[in-house]
Design a protein around this ligand. Structure first.
Ligand code: ARG
Length: 565
């Protein structure tokens, strides 16, 4: 059973023994360690309902508490709080179980659900830029997390591969001839050049328009050009995914074009449900309480972003069988998703019991609080940003003489990419955040380097120890007590982060854990002369479990650890 649930169970049992009617109530973490490990505030809430003094209720609960399990001590404080202290022997035994388990004691869901995580979704007409970073790594983290907890996760990369701009791009690809693919090395430039041709040359523009129609009507020549273009562009994305250690593959791609054939049916079905109204020649769904209708078909017959998303929604719910569908998309699309979700439910495209969520995130800003741009005001290409991270990480490596050239390259990769990802994931995702190289590449503070450094330190202890760990964990002082309790919280934290789709709850936890560990490491020596065998073995086990927890936590965030730093 999960850590906190076990404490809640003790409280629940006391309520039953005391014969007090109650609803499910939870303990909370103590605000200060002097007040114990947990606190139960339920007596206050109950006092009105029961017409009793809260201290009286608290006393009754306290008198019925079981002290043979997790709890060692309880005290009533203030108007009727109950402060709870855990039994060090119980904590130690739980940590031992976690240390021996490859999942660190984290249970798998009893009833896994099928979850679609829609993330990254770059536009194939352009190069991936910093705006795609957040969706890509928040989504990947959520997918990793849910997979670890035992859900059946389906990653979906809803790439933008359809629309009028592709007419222009393939016309230009054809014009540049066989070496088109080499021009496509820089998609951004290719797009600009194509656009220039489009704006300058009427013949070219007409051809581009003609090609749009041709792709849509299945003309083989144009479709082949289009396929070639998409392949190359997707290849660029895959380079970025590789650099980012993100698990998206080609199998996860379900492009916008995949839903094309279903779009007329979407319209048909909405008509059958009596949900469509014509407005200025366009087909619209007017939703109650919404000022702006959802346009699903333009007056010329063309479909829209929303139409494709409706088709994707019903595919995911009905064909893939998802019970939770999470969209990791920029907060600026909140209106779109709110509306599309409503239409999907009202039209019965998606059953009532399917959870649809827009996991929104804010923007990446520069130091002066403006949207992140290159010096000349262009969008920052993601590849360039990641390459720069690796260069900067190389400079941050201390004592370079201890490493071979190859080791430095590998280290810089892991540290640099980890820093960019961690900095992003550690922010409350809904806020905008300021991108700062200095802050993210610091060995101090809530950074990946701090976590990687702590991990490497523990590995260096074990390189020096080089023996077999045996014996029990014995909680010797208040610091070891706190560290152990922190280690036991891991499972609860992961579950909470999964519910809230909040990677920063994991990073905040890791930061607290590592901060406690660093204090423990300084104050409680392990391998020093004079430390008795039992204490040494116990401390080594705590260090080992800490390292494993850091590694597992970072792994979920898609960040690697290193053994030496
Ligand atoms: N291509 C979109 C964009 O760049 C993101 C796609 C998000 N997913 C979706 N199903 N709409 O804004």
């Amino acid at each position: 059973m999960k850590f906190k649930s076990q404490i809640n169970q003790v409280i629940k049992d006391a309520f039953i023994k005391a014969n007090i009617e109650h609803e499910a109530m939870s303990v909370s973490e103590a605000t200060k360690s002097e007040f114990g490990d947990f606190q139960f505030n339920g007596a206050m809430a109950l006092s009105k309902k029961l017409g009793k003094n809260p201290r009286e209720i608290a006393t009754e609960i306290l008198n019925n508490l079981d002290f043979t399990g997790p709890l060692a001590k309880a005290e009533i404080a203030g108007p009727g709080f109950i402060n709870l202290w855990l039994n060090p022997l119980w904590i130690a035994s739980q940590c031992e179980v976690a240390a021996k388990d490859s999942r660190l004691g984290v249970g798998k869901r009893e009833t896994p659900i099928k979850v679609v995580v829609d993330y990254s979704g770059p536009n194939m007409a352009k190069q991936m830029h910093v705006g795609h970073l957040r969706s890509t790594i928040i989504g990947d983290t959520l997918a990793n997390l849910l997979t670890f907890l035992g859900d059946d996760v389906i990653r979906q990369n809803h790439i933008g591969d359809w629309g009028t701009q592709f007419g222009m791009l393939i016309a230009y690809l054809e014009e540049t001839g066989s070496d088109g693919s080499s021009c496509l090395k820089d998609l951004e430039q290719f797009y600009k050049d194509a656009k220039k041709r489009f704006d300058e040359d009427e013949n070219f523009a007409n051809k581009a328009r003609e090609y749009v129609v041709k792709i849509q009507s299945g003309d083989m020549h144009c479709l082949n050009l289009w396929q070639k273009f998409i392949d190359i562009s997707l290849g660029h994305c895959e380079d970025v995914y590789g650099k980012l250690c993100v698990k998206l593959t080609r199998d996860d791609v379900k492009a916008e074009s995949f839903y094309n054939e279903d779009l007329p049916q979407v319209i048909e079905d909405l008509i059958k449900q009596n949900l469509l109204k014509e407005s200025d020649g366009a087909q619209c769904v007017f939703l109650e309480g919404e000022k702006i209708p959802v346009i699903v078909q333009k007056s010329g017959g063309g479909y829209l972003y929303a139409t494709t998303d409706l088709a994707a929604l019903r595919y995911r719910a009905n064909v893939l069988g998802a019970k939770r569908i999470s969209y990791i998309v920029d907060a600026r699309q909140a209106g779109h998703f709110k509306q599309v979700f409503k239409v999907a439910k009202e039209s019965d495209f998606v059953a009532e019991d399917v959870t649809l969520e827009h996991v929104a995130f804010g923007m990446m800003m520069d130091k002066s609080g403006r949207p992140f741009k290159t010096r000349d005001g262009g969008t920052v290409k993601l590849t360039d940003l990641l390459d720069e991270a690796v260069v900067k990480a190389k400079a941050a490596i201390k004592d370079k003489e201890n490493y071979s050239q190859e080791e430095i390259e590998d280290l810089a990769q892991i540290i640099g990419i980890g820093a960019v990802k961690y900095a992003d994931l550690s922010i409350n995702r809904e806020s905008n955040y300021i991108f700062s190289w200095d802050k993210m590449l610091s060995f101090e503070g809530n950074t990946s380097l701090y976590m990687q450094y702590a991990y490497a330190r523990i590995q260096s202890i074990f390189r020096r120890f080089d023996g077999e760990i045996k014996g029990d964990i014995i909680i010797g002082d208040a610091l070891e007590h706190r560290l152990s309790v922190m280690l036991l919280r891991f499972e609860d934290i992961l579950n909470q982060a999964a519910v809230n789709a909040a990677p920063n709850q994991i990073t905040t936890y890791l930061y607290e854990l590592v901060t406690l560990f660093m204090r423990f490491y300084e104050q409680n020596p392990m391998l020093k002369e004079g430390v008795d065998e039992q204490t040494k073995m116990s401390r080594l086990q705590l260090a080992d479990l800490t390292a494993k927890t850091i590694k597992q936590g970072l792994d979920i965030l898609g960040i690697e650890v290193v053994n030496k730093l």
